[in-house]
Ligand binder design. Structure first.
Ligand SMILES: Nc1ncnc2c1ncn2[C@@H]1O[C@H](COP(=O)(O)OP(=O)(O)O)[C@@H](O)[C@H]1O
Ligand SMILES: [Mg+2]
Length: 346
């Protein structure tokens, strides 16, 4: 990286690459066991939402070739990709599919990631062809991956093709719980970050952000890496809560325009309380509100406070986690500045 940034926090950045397969795979013991049994029979379909660890588990088991079917939407492209990896010297260009199938030897294991990304007709024919290989006495093994096996079955729209392609050999990955995410993220941090560069609160903040993100664990790993990079580029030796918030930033500062002064003051109190803390208690927020009330000569009465605070929670400006209240989607230091600017304009 330019500018002479030393890697004091990110001990081992490549361990937070999306393609890295961690040494230990936590919280998926049962699924891994079933996966291995199916793999030994030659075929399995992994089904689960984004960031549930599908690609990681498939890579952990391993294959002779890996194809992303979202990037290679036709049977021909998928076959070309497989052969490129199995036989780097063979030129598949222009050859018909059948010729390409013949080049794949019996016993090879292929990982077919994001199968639902293929064109429907191509997917159907590909699944048909791969099952047909068995009939000609050739056993091409595969680990197929999809977001939702019901949808894949619908896409194939043929009971016979489906039952030979996957049938009951489906391993479903449920979304991780908060506790599981926390455990996994703590382990991934331990592998990749300097031990003095983060604490439990930082892991909790990343966990809460990942938990409510559609990217799930994928977001968690990205946030960990980006927050570390942010702290390093500042020349710091530790990740602060605001580094995580900055990495997780969403553009909603414009929405402040629609806030009334009292609501902004309550939000300011939360932000100010979170300035150096990842999480704060209700008491800390109320104490801070008293300070801000004096500063701005505004009084927010009890009922008004409750209503306003509830609205902030509902609109995701403030988040309630297991460890208290926090702000997830905006760096607090910048937010305080922004609100103070607006408060003095009014
Ligand atoms: N059980 C786990 N243990 C360690 N890391 C995990 C685990 N599950 C997911 N991850 C990590 O989370 C990220 C997302 O996982 P990935 O396999 O890409 O999800 P998917 O393919 O389902 O979208 C990857 O960086 C992966 O290494
Ligand atoms: Mg994946």
């Amino acid at each position: 990286m330019p500018g002479g940034i030393s890697n004091v926090i990110l001990k081992d950045a490549k361990k937070l690459d999306l393609s890295y397969v961690p040494k230990n795979i936590l919280c998926r013991g049962e699924e891994l066991k079933r996966l291995k049994i199916f793999v030994s029979t030659g075929k399995v379909l992994i089904s689960g939402g984004i960031g549930t660890g599908k690609t990681m588990l498939a890579r952990h088991i391993g294959g002779d070739a890996y194809v992303n079917c979202y990037m290679n939407k036709t049977e021909h492209r998928v076959l070309e990709e497989i052969i490129k990896q199995l036989k780097p010297r063979f030129n598949p260009a222009g050859l018909p599919n059948q010729k390409l199938w013949n080049e794949i030897e019996s016993g090879k294991r292929i990982i077919l990631d994001e199968m639902d990304g293929m064109n429907v007709d191509e997917l159907r024919h590909f699944a048909y062809s791969i099952s047909r290989q068995y009939e000609v006495g050739k056993k091409i093994e595969y680990i197929a991956i999809t977001r939702n096996h019901f949808i894949l079955e619908q896409m194939m729209n043929d009971e016979a093709i489906w039952s030979t392609f996957a049938g009951k050999a489906v391993v479903e990955l449920k979304p991780y719980t908060r506790e599981q995410m926390r455990e996994i993220l703590a382990f991934r941090a331990q592998e990749s970050l300097d031990a003095k560069a983060y604490d439990d609160d930082i892991i909790a903040l990343i966990t809460d952000s990942a938990l409510i993100s559609p990217g799930h664990m994928r977001t968690g790993i990205d946030l960990m890496r980006n927050a570390a990079l942010m702290a390093e580029s500042r020349g710091d030796t530790a990740i602060t809560p605001d580094d995580v918030r900055e990495a997780n930033r969403e553009e909603w500062v414009g929405d402040l325009e629609n806030m009334e002064k009292e609501e902004m003051l309550v939000f300011l109190a939360v932000a100010a309380a979170c300035r150096t803390n990842a999480y704060v208690s209700m008491n800390e927020i109320v104490d801070m509100l008293r300070v801000k009330e004096e500063e701005y000569h505004i009084k927010v009465d009890e009922t008004r406070f409750k209503k306003t605070f509830q609205a902030l929670l509902q609109e995701d400006f403030v988040y309630q986690g297991a460890d208290g209240f926090t702000i997830l989607h905006y760096p607090v230091a910048a937010l305080i500045e922004e609100i103070e600017k607006r408060m003095s304009c009014h």
